[in-house]
Design a protein. Structure first.
Lengths: 252, 286
């Protein structure tokens, strides 16, 4: 934990500046309430369960969409990386869909799936799919030919080599794709909740803004910040565990 | 042609004592690089006796490694064939294991030492967990890595990583070990130690070793036969039996008059080609 205190100190100082700026009316305290006020309403909405009622659906959407994306993208990426026909078949579609911002799928997803969980999970899934797919594919293509030949000289079947050699060799890249997707999943879930439906942390933030409970709105935003931080922290731990053989410990 | 300590050079013919384990018959290999055809071999034949320690030397880029790849089945020839134990090679064959020069790329970095060795064992036969572990430890001991079985490759030096690759290969009890410049990427002292190690292994285990190296001294020190290739399209320029006695010793063998004689002959032949001139030993070509 040493070496990290300057960052936390700066963070604390900025919060203090915010508190004072709002208290001394350097900024409009109605749009930007004091930090202490935000934290008070944060604790209140945590206590009365309101925040949690919105947080849980969001978490479900994020992890369901992300999980589905992993289940689809990793095998697909392995296939595209190893079988050139698969790559040539799927590459044009991938390249066309990939650049479309995930939020742009929302209207069409509403048409087909309504405004409930299915739509949101689908949008999160689609947004998470491509970073994982491309990183898996890239990781597989990056596997050194010597490693592949090593498998061949030991007479390992192609399928076994895929699982025992190609997959572990591509794992660092796959995990990078997963980390990128996790960040995206949070964004997309919140946006989809803001556009349609009546639950989720995104809906909560927008709703509080509409009914002018600005401190609660900020509490929702702070929750997202904390959530993103926690997800990343946990993921780095997971990554470290699976990549412990690399010997370069990633500082969290 | 007389030179210092001129050794008695025995030319090994295909029908020497012992029966051939590998026969290379009329091998041709053409690579296409950016639309240009590069003929590495036009019509190469030789036969390798069971139990021999054969080194392949030659000027850089002459196709030494390609020959080894063709014998292993990792590459397939444009024409001709390689026969191993009476069967033509059509792909990586059981009974032959290739040990790569780039051990850092050949070792599985996500597997510990014992898990790397276990990979070799699993490709060879299934044993119960206990027997497998005991067998792995036996081979780890053979290459001198006892105590390191739970280390990951990144925690090992280059020489130790190559030892792991050697143990992983040997545990499959191969008839033939194909070694492609296996010691060229380690420091000189480690190389000397690894040379002694591989000799010790060859003398204990019934294995035929094909050893590609650019280092003539290494070849003379290790082998009982050396094939020297010409520049591409490569032909066998020299085929020399190295009748120095085993066990060989890093100091005494290298000081042996016959050792320096072999070294002189092979090195001057290769060096002359490398410079583009006529080899000094042209008169003794086969």
């Amino acid at each position: 934990m040493k070496k990290r205190w300057p960052g936390f100190l700066l963070f604390a100082l900025l919060l203090l500046a915010w508190e004072l700026g709002s208290a001394w009316k350097l900024v409009d305290p109605v749009s930007v309430p004091r930090v202490s006020v935000i934290i008070t309403s944060w604790i209140d909405s945590l206590r009365n369960g309101q925040l949690l009622n919105h947080l849980l659906p969001s978490l479900w959407r994020i992890f369901a969409g992300f999980g589905l994306a992993v289940l689809v993208a990793v095998p697909l990426g392995l296939l595209m990386g190893t079988i050139s026909l698969c790559y040539r078949l799927l590459e044009p579609i991938t390249e066309f869909i990939r650049p479309i911002p995930a939020a742009a799928y929302i209207p069409i997803a509403i048409l087909f799936l309504g405004i409930g969980n299915e739509m949101k999970i689908f949008v999160v899934f689609l947004a998470c799919l491509f970073p994982i797919l491309l990183n898996t594919y890239g990781g597989v293509r990056g596997v050194d030919p010597v490693l592949v030949d090593t498998g061949r000289t030991f007479g390992v079947s192609r399928l076994k080599a895929l699982w025992q050699i190609v997959f572990p060799a591509a794992l660092p890249s796959i995990l990078t794709g997963m980390r990128i997707s996790l960040g995206i999943s949070l964004i997309v879930a919140v946006v989809s909740e803001m556009i349609a439906g009546n639950s989720g942390i995104g809906y909560f933030i927008l709703d509080m803004q509409r009914i002018f409970r600005v401190p609660d709105m900020f509490a929702g935003i702070f929750t997202l910040g904390l959530l993103g931080f926690l997800i990343n922290f946990v993921f780095l731990k997971v990554e470290q565990h699976f990549l412990r053989w690399r010997g370069t410990s990633v500082e969290t | 042609m007389t030179k210092v300590g001129s050794p008695k050079l025995t030319v090994v013919s295909g029908t020497a004592a012992g029966k051939p384990i590998i026969e290379v018959k009329g091998l041709g290999k053409i690579f296409f690089v950016n639309g240009n055809a590069l003929t590495v071999f036009q019509n190469l034949s030789c036969s390798i006796d069971k139990g021999s320690f054969l080194s392949i030397v030659g000027p850089s880029g002459c196709g030494k490694s390609t020959l080894l790849k063709l014998i292993s089945g990792l590459e397939l020839p444009t024409k001709g064939e390689v026969v191993f134990n009476g069967e033509p090679i059509v792909g990586p064959a059981k009974g032959m294991i290739y040990v790569f020069q780039q051990y850092t790329k050949s070792i599985f970095p996500w597997r510990s030492v014992i898990q790397n060795v276990e990979f070799g064992l699993n490709s060879f036969k299934k044993l119960s967990a206990r027997d497998a572990r005991a067998r792995c430890l036996e081979y780890i001991r053979l290459v001198g890595l006892e105590g390191y079985e739970n280390y990951y490759p990144y925690q090992l030096s280059g020489g130790m990583q190559q030892r792991v690759c050697i143990a992983r290969a040997l545990i499959c009890e191969p008839d033939v070990l194909l070694m492609d410049e296996p010691f060229s990427a380690v420091d000189a002292l480690t190389r000397a130690i690894l040379q002694e190690l591989i000799l010790k292994i060859w003398e204990t285990i019934p294995v035929t070793i094909l050893f590609v190296t650019h280092d003539v001294e290494e070849a003379v020190f290790l082998s009982n036969r050396i094939i020297s290739l010409s520049k591409t399209p490569a032909v066998i320029r020299e085929d020399v039996a190295i009748d120095l006695p085993y066990p060989r010793d890093q100091i005494r063998t290298r000081e042996d008059e016959r050792f320096t004689g072999f070294r002189h002959r092979l090195f001057s032949s290769i060096f002359a080609q490398e410079k583009g001139g006529e080899p000094a030993t042209a008169g003794r070509r086969r």
